[in-house]
Ligand binder design. Structure first.
Ligand code: ADP
Ligand code: MG
Length: 561
């Protein structure tokens, strides 16, 4: 039997180093991570067995078992899930393929508290075993492989691991942790019980703790064991809403999203009727590092009749809601569904539009009831939501209602005001929602175009995001009020009464001046007029109603058009 020594990929080594040295604040989460992986492995086996039932090899009762050996400080976690081949072990345990890894590692500061939080957002995964153990052994046999095709992966330090071929009687993975001296508490039954209950109650398969069988057997040489199921062992989304506590929803989110940060909101619904499905949708607490990378897979975790099908069914969400995570369990789709079938299924289309409504409901509710959470949401995901009006015409006004802006009446620089806020403050007789596009807030606030608006106390939205103008063009109106660029065309006359005097002084001197200026600029402008726009500045440029603004022009140039 040969033992091969391998080095870790650089990123894996860095992450491992972090686990070993800096994540002390919440050590117990290692167990959640390992149980979460075991449960994923059960899901994967069920999925593969749809095509080939022989993979079960007469053992289709999927479960996770934990053995504790407090005397030696050893914890063992067994699953009878899909297992790993040798190649998969090297790939999965020796490298980190997750996108955004190097970005994440560069973001680390060396400050333990800040880093721990970042690691939490990134997701710690399998390496969290090294928070509590100084030696970790993984023995695994892929479903469908023979007993002598199993592998043992051993790691005792940061630099390298070994791999050897072994025999393993049953399918699946066994992970053995040799606890550090200061982590022996994690071999205690009481402690492990409460950790499993706390973090893994929602796992859909039993998590059981090994116990000595019964009294009589105590003296025999070969002790027999029973397994005592600790968790609820029903998939969370299949349980009635009224029975599920908030922290169970939160833990479930962390399990399916591999995220440590508590979600901002969730919505759990069972739909029966023409279509029959359950959805559990979450708004995460922070944006992933690669939110803007359109290549990255995302979407809902898809189950069909409780069987896991895929992790990233993107067909159920429009692109502007791609930050939403969660589970969809359908009773209508065929078990052998493929991405292609999903793409052309009318059932998927109607589920998607129903989910969009639920998500908009959930966001509106958050905006109304928890303004702090909504601010976080807007900061993290606002820019993605702004793609909505262009993509989803039917819902454009509801989406626009979720937008937040800085206006001339906003205190501070944070976008906190909605279009509804603006409309509620509109002046008598004001019929349009005014906006100004600028590169940043400072230049917006110093713009001469605002003079008359200030003087007449008319609020203006200040748009400074790159895509704002494009977004607003798609929104076009809100509550029947046109959105109007203050640098274009004519303004509503009646509103600018305060500046009327000046403009009405249509005396001969100004007519003369206008003629002179017209002559000077005749090749450069369409016309020269008196204006009510200004109070202090002598002149400004106004664009024709249908002209491309300088910002749009810049954007189109940047896009190579
Ligand atoms: P993640 O779960 O986010 O993919 P982890 O670091 O937790 O990342 O695990 C890395 C990979 O190792 C998993 O994606 C999986 O392929 C593999 N793996 C870990 N534990 C098991 C297990 N018990 N059975 C089968 N594969 C596993
Ligand atoms: Mg994991």
């Amino acid at each position: 039997m040969t033992v091969e020594t391998h080095g870790f990929q650089t990123e894996a080594k860095q992450l491992l180093h972090l686990m070993i040295h800096s994540l002390y604040s919440n050590r117990e989460i290692f167990l959640r991570e390992l149980i979460s992986n075991a449960s994923d492995a059960a899901d994967k086996l069920r999925f593969e067995a749809l095509a080939d039932a022989s993979l079960y090899d007469n053992d289709s009762d999927l479960r996770i078992r934990i053995d504790l050996n407090p005397d030696d400080g050893i914890v063992t976690i067994h699953d009878n899930g899909v297992g790993m081949s040798k190649e998969e072990v090297v790939e999965n345990l020796g490298t980190i393929a997750k996108s955004g890894t190097s970005q994440f590692l560069q973001g680390l500061s060396g400050d333990q508290k800040k880093d721990a939080q970042l690691i939490g957002q990134f997701g710690v995964g399998f390496y969290s075993a090294f928070i509590v153990a100084d030696k970790v052994v993984v023995e695994t046999r892929r479903a469908g492989a023979a007993a002598d095709q199993a592998v043992r992966w051993t790691c005792e330090g940061e630099a390298e691991y070994t791999i050897e071929d072994i025999e393993k009687q049953d399918r699946g993975t066994t992970i053995t942790l040799y606890l550090k001296d200061d982590a022996l508490e994690f071999a205690s039954e009481l402690r492990v019980r409460s950790i499993v209950k706390k973090y893994s109650d929602h796992i859909g398969i039993p998590v059981a703790l090994r116990k000595r069988a019964d009294e009589q057997d105590k003296d025999s040489d070969e002790p027999t064991y029973d397994y005592d199921t600790i968790n609820n062992a029903t998939a969370l989304w299949t349980r009635p809403r009224s029975e599920i506590k908030d922290d169970e929803y939160q833990e479930f989110y962390k399990h399916i999203c591999h995220d440590f940060v508590t979600p901002l909101a969730w919505s759990h619904n069972r739909v029966e009727g023409k279509l029959d499905y359950t959805s559990l949708l979450y708004v995460p607490g922070h944006a992933p590092v690669d939110l803007y990378n359109r290549e990255v897979s995302r979407g809902l975790k898809l189950y069909i009749q409780r069987t896991f099908i895929m992790d990233d069914a993107s067909q159920f969400l429009p692109s502007y809601l791609r930050f939403i995570r969660g589970v969809l369990d359908s009773n209508d789709l065929p078990l052998n569904v493929s991405r292609e079938i999903l793409q052309h299924s009318p059932a998927v289309d109607s589920i998607r539009s129903a989910l969009v409504k639920r998500i908009l409901d959930m966001l509106e509710k958050m905006a109304k009831e928890s303004s702090d959470d909504y601010r976080t949401f807007w900061r993290e995901f606002g820019a993605v939501l702004k793609e909505g009006p262009a993509e989803d015409f039917a819902n454009k006004e509801r989406i626009a209602g979720l937008f937040r802006f800085v206006t001339t009446k906003t205190e501070g620089d944070e976008a906190t005001d909605s279009l509804a806020d603006y409309v509620s403050r509109m002046k008598d007789g004001q019929e349009k929602i005014y906006f100004l596009v600028a590169d940043n807030l400072t230049s917006a606030r110093n713009s001469a175009y605002l003079e008359a608006f200030r003087k007449n106390d008319i609020e203006v939205l200040l748009l400074t995001d790159r895509l704002d103008e494009w977004t607003i063009a798609h929104v076009a109106e809100f509550e029947g009020k046109e959105l109007k660029d203050i640098t274009k065309g004519e303004l509503e006359e009646s509103l600018f009464a305060d500046t009327e005097d000046k403009a009405d002084k249509n005396d001969s001197s100004s007519t003369e001046a206008i003629e002179k200026i017209s002559n000077l600029l005749k090749d450069k402008v369409e016309s020269v007029r008196e204006t009510r726009r200004l109070t202090d500045s002598p002149a400004c440029l106004v664009y024709a109603e249908d002209a491309l603004s300088p910002h749009m022009r810049k954007m189109m140039e940047a896009a190579g058009q």
